[in-house]
Design a protein around this ligand. Structure first.
Ligand code: RNT
Ligand code: ZN
Length: 416
């Protein structure tokens, strides 16, 4: 018996069908963010990264052109099992030589090359208006600005992004999740907390008044508790964003697990939101002490989030996207580790006897529940992972890193 067959039998004794788990995971799209490849820079500006987020590190070989970013993305994805979607930001618009339009004037044609890229690879696309890294941010505010010209500019950007999202969905045949996140906020104690939120509410309502097909475009609002330089207050707080989504049909709440107080966990929020929302969206990241956007690992909270999605039978109701950016290590490797980690978390969640464990809970058998939850932790998951990778045609073990070393030597190290 080979290792997979042996592992499969061990799992079967727990009532888990590992073949079914592998087959299921192959169908679940994971949205992979383009911005790990170039430290959230994009192609439409030269200025710094703003909006309260920051990349740290200066590892050589960063992608500087669409061609480089696409090549790096391809390299990383060739080492990752599973179904992927491409997650783009508006600042990754690709202009013709000499062409430039500001963000309020963006059109589908500026994303044609990305659409071709995605279609050739059978991927859908998710999209994000970029409300940061732009000079038209006044006193740190965009959609919640009291300056009507500034606010209107960003509303127009949001509307343009709805049209672009609709185009992406029509072209690829997959719904486009369009996520609204603003870094608006204040460094110090504000005198008016409600005003910016009322303006933010009005702005998103104006953006969503742009016509779109609700089956094709899935607008979201992403909350955040604080950012660098906006420590005291954010317009898009958790309560604001959640309530906005709850009261605006067709708008989804998006939870980024770096955006809450450090003792809060998104794994517990997933089943809470699923009681009310038909669909929700996630940004999967790894906060260390703050919203640091470290590379996602196969760690406890990551596993717990995946477990909740599977246990709630919500794999078709949760849009899963990665969101991290580490500039201190090889970026292609960072991408690969993050994607593989989430895939591992999902596969291991799919290989748990959830019905049996729930039964123990409902019967009040907490003694056995604890025993079983501990026992399943040491089942031979590595053999299931290996089989999944093999079936997906990617390297299962640590040898994938040899490919990174080679790519760094041959490609990344040659970049100016
Ligand atoms: C920032 C948010 C947001 C961004 C991306 C680039 O804290 O998490 O999602 O990371 O839009
Ligand atoms: Zn995020």
């Amino acid at each position: 018996m080979n290792r997979y067959e042996s592992a499969k039998a061990i799992y079967a004794a727990f009532g888990v069908d590992t073949d079914a788990a592998i087959a299921k995971l192959k169908t679940l799209p994971l949205s992979v963010h383009c911005w790990q490849g170039d430290d959230v820079t994009g192609f439409d500006h030269d200025g710094p990264l703003t909006g309260g987020i920051q990349t740290t590190g200066n590892y050589p070989g960063k992608a500087r052109t669409p061609e480089q970013l696409m090549a790096d993305f391809d390299k990383a994805m060739s080492l990752c099992p599973g179904k992927k979607k491409l997650n783009l930001h508006a600042c990754y618009a690709i202009f013709e030589p000499g062409e430039y339009v500001d963000r309020d004037k963006l059109e589908p044609k500026h994303f044609k090359k990305w659409v071709e890229f995605a279609k050739e690879r059978g991927m859908g696309i998710d999209f994000n208006p970029t409300f940061f890294s732009h000079p038209n941010t006044k006193d740190g505010l965009t959609l919640s600005s009291p300056d009507e010209d500034v606010r209107k500019f960003w509303v127009e950007h949001g509307k343009a992004c709805i049209r672009i999202s609709q185009y992406m969905a029509e072209e690829t045949g997959y719904p486009c999740v369009m996520n609204i996140w603003i870094g608006d906020g204040f460094k110090d104690i504000p005198a008016d907390r409600m005003g910016p939120r009322m303006r933010y509410k009005q702005s998103v309502e104006e953006i969503l008044s742009e016509p779109f097909d609700k089956n094709l475009v899935k607008p979201c609002v992403e909350s955040k508790v604080f950012g660098i330089g906006v420590e005291a207050y954010t317009s898009g707080s958790a309560e604001f964003s959640l309530t906005f989504a709850a009261t605006h049909e067709g708008c989804l709440p998006l939870m980024d697990n770096g955006h809450y107080h450090p003792t809060e966990v998104v794994s517990d929020k997933i089943p809470a939101l699923l009681c009310f929302f038909p669909e929700i969206a996630l940004h999967i990241t790894r906060p260390i002490r703050w919203d640091s956007d470290h590379v996602v690992l196969f760690d406890d909270e990551t596993k717990e989030m995946a477990k909740e999605i599977v246990r709630c039978d919500a794999t078709d109701r949760v849009y899963m996207a990665l969101d991290f950016f580490d500039a201190s290590i090889n970026r292609v490797s960072a991408w690969t580790v993050g994607v593989r980690s989430w895939q591992k978390a999902m596969l291991s969640a799919l290989c748990m006897p959830h019905a049996e464990l729930k039964k123990l809970q409902d019967e009040g058998n907490f003694t056995k529940l604890m025993v079983m939850q501990e026992e399943v932790k040491t089942l031979p998951f590595g053999d299931i992972w290996q089989k999944y990778c093999e079936e997906c045609g990617v390297i299962a073990d640590e040898k994938w890193f040899d490919e990174i070393v080679k790519y760094e030597e041959e490609v990344l190290s040659k970049r100016a």
